[in-house]
Design a protein around this ligand. Structure first.
Ligand SMILES: CCCCC/C=C/C(=O)SCCNC(=O)CCNC(=O)[C@H](O)C(C)(C)COP(=O)(O)OP(=O)(O)OC[C@H]1O[C@@H](n2cnc3c(N)ncnc32)[C@H](O)[C@@H]1OP(=O)(O)O
Length: 437
């Protein structure tokens, strides 16, 4: 190779020739690496990157964190991927049949190094040492990412790669097939889009305990199916009127504390599913949204709203406090003043106002909302699926720990609020029709 490059630059001064020759040699090595046959990619890649880089871990944490059982969720969020998950991910990488591409390989390498050695502290390779420089750059880009997070991200990344290459083990939704087993939702998949539609239109899609649980199950299924995008929307005139206030009724005094405790766990797990959801998640806000159906919107990647939609968080009116990570995300998004108007004083925003504050991505006329949104999403769903997932993770991973911590704190505080007189009176007023939010 050096001979070839040497001939190419005949006639140049010897130092320049040597440099260029080295450069071309590195580039040719990179290219031959890039075009390795798929079936043989594992071993040669190991040679370039060292054996350790082929541990396997899923960068994205779909199935692991989208579990419904509360205890499972607690152990995962508290500890992240275990060493066993990590090792199993490493083994899975060796079995991949499809070359995931150099970008993903670099990411796996970087996460492996971060998870096992911590932040990059080795000297930066020289500019002509292209491969080692690429590896160093990828590792160094992870900054101070904690080892546990890197380990979890590795496991999640590998899981994403495995599910995309092992389509036989996936839930394969047929065109527009309605997924059975849900009583409060309609779940369908078509054109690479899984749609989860809240389906209690006569109750304004108020969220019952059963509904929270079904949404978590639906998200878990969507995280594993072969769709590219997941969409949450509502059936009827409302997106959702938030927590079903009858969730707080029919409780005897001796059950009340236990019910509040379970409510806090449910809330934390429910919001946790949105924080960890691995694929692009879109809210198609077809009408007014209240309470938790507003606060979780910041955990979506796109929020499309009908111009008929409104956004209302009447927490104080209910003697309650913010959830859905909004105590952190809203001030960050719109500034503390605007966040206070919504979260403390219960100001209702129009779709245009919510868009101006960044809570909504785009507003569509109600008459063309469905057509325009679905046309747009169908086009997006044709984009490369893994690239979308990885980009989403890159954007979201920075904040995950903070979001989980906020979620835990908000749930803890609400558990106390639900036992307060202020909250109980407000709910009784609504149920006895003395108040409407
Ligand atoms: C465990 C996790 C906890 C998470 C913490 C979450 C907190 C929140 O989400 S706080 C927000 C809670 N939601 C509300 O406060 C909204 C209450 N509802 C209303 O104010 C109104 O119903 C409305 C403004 C949403 C709609 O008013 P309107 O158009 O006049 O329709 P109706 O009031 O007649 O509603 C029709 C029907 O639906 C029932 N309903 C609507 N929303 C709820 C709800 N959130 N909880 C319980 N029931 C609700 C309403 O009672 C009517 O029922 P029927 O009288 O049987 O027809």
């Amino acid at each position: 190779m050096a001979g070839v490059t040497g001939r190419l630059v005949r006639g140049w001064c010897p130092r320049a020739v040597r440099r260029l020759s080295l450069l071309l040699t590195s580039i040719l090595q990179c290219l031959s690496f890039t075009f390795l046959p798929v079936a043989k990619f594992t071993q040669p890649f190991r040679n370039h990157f060292g054996n350790h880089c082929w541990e396997r871990r899923n960068l994205f944490c779909p199935s692991s964190s989208l579990q419904v059982p509360a205890q499972l969720h607690m152990s995962k969020t508290a500890m992240g991927a275990s060493q066993k998950d990590f090792e199993s991910a490493m083994n899975q990488v060796k079995l991949l049949e499809k070359d995931p591409g150099n970008e993903v390989k670099l990411k796996l390498y970087a996460l492996y190094k971060q998870a096992t050695e911590g932040p990059c502290s080795t000297p930066k390779p020289g500019v002509f040492d292209l491969i080692n420089k690429a590896k160093w750059d990828a590792w160094n880009a992870l900054g101070n990412l904690p080892k546990e997070t890197a380990r979890q991200n590795y496991v999640d990344l590998v899981s994403g790669l495995s599910s995309s290459s092992d389509s036989s083990s996936q839930v394969k939704p047929e065109a527009d097939r309605e997924q059975a087993g849900y009583e409060t939702l309609v779940m369908t998949s078509e054109d690479g889009i899984t749609k989860i539609m809240l389906n209690r239109p006569t109750k304004m899609n108020a969220l019952t305990t059963q509904m929270y649980q079904e949404i978590m199950l639906a998200l878990e299924a969507a995280s594993k199916d072969d769709s590219t995008i997941t969409v949450l929307t509502g059936n009827g005139s409302y997106f959702s009127s938030g927590n079903d206030l009858t969730n707080f009724t029919h409780i005897s005094p001796d059950e009340i504390e236990e019910k509040a405790r379970r409510g806090a766990i449910l809330l934390r797990d429910f919001v946790g599913c949105f924080i960890d959801f691995p694929k692009p998640l879109v809210a198609a806000v077809n009408g007014p949204a209240v309470g938790i159906s507003v606060t979780i919107l910041r955990l979506f990647d796109l929020v499309y709203a009908s111009d008929r939609a409104t956004f209302h968080t009447p927490f104080s009116h209910l003697g309650q406090t913010p959830e859905g990570c909004s105590s952190y995300t809203f001030p960050k998004l719109m500034g503390p003043g605007k966040a206070a108007e919504m979260l403390i004083f219960g100001k209702k925003l129009t779709a245009a106002e919510a868009c101006a504050q960044g809570l909504v991505t785009e507003v569509f006329p109600d008459s063309t909302f469905q057509k325009e949104v679905w046309t747009r999403l169908k086009a997006y769903s044709k984009l490369p699926r893994n690239a979308l997932r990885i980009s989403k993770q890159m954007i979201r991973n920075h904040e995950k720990e903070k979001l989980h911590a906020t979620n835990a704190e908000e749930s803890r505080i609400l558990q106390e609020r639900w036992l307060s007189d202020e909250c109980m009176n407000a709910i009784m007023n609504f149920l006895s029709r003395k108040a409407k939010m």
